[in-house]
Design a protein around this ligand. Structure first.
Ligand code: FES
Length: 110
């Protein structure tokens, strides 16, 4: 069993793999996101966890980033590499796929 050094972790991505998100390609996008994280050398800094349903099935596949408090929508595998590059490497917000940020007045702020 792997032992994660939590002192190195900067972000935690929750990758919805509930039934509806899976039907929308969550398993493939999860694999693609994890592959890109490794390719960009971020495996120590970015922790990922697959989850069950997060209650936004129609917007899936859903990815939630903490501690940012940002929900991303429609995370197909084709978006995974650009998402990792823009959000995790360049530390920019890919606004087109933001569903919600905690504290916002409305959803779909992207
Ligand atoms: S299955 Fe992902 S939000 Fe419901």
């Amino acid at each position: 069993m792997a032992i994660k050094d939590l002192t190195l972790v900067k972000k935690h991505l929750f990758l919805c793999n509930g039934g509806s998100c899976k039907m929308l390609g969550a398993e493939e996008s999860t694999a693609a996101i994890r592959f890109a994280i490794a390719e960009y050398g971020l495996s120590d800094e970015i922790h990922t966890t697959k989850t069950l349903c997060n209650g936004r099935c129609k917007d899936g596949p859903i990815v939630i980033a903490q501690p940012d408090g940002i929900w991303f929508k429609m995370m197909g595998k084709e978006k995974a590499d650009a998402f990792v590059k823009e959000f995790l490497v360049d530390e920019q917000l890919p606004k087109d796929i933001v569903l919600y940020k905690y504290g916002a007045d409305s959803i779909h702020i992207g």
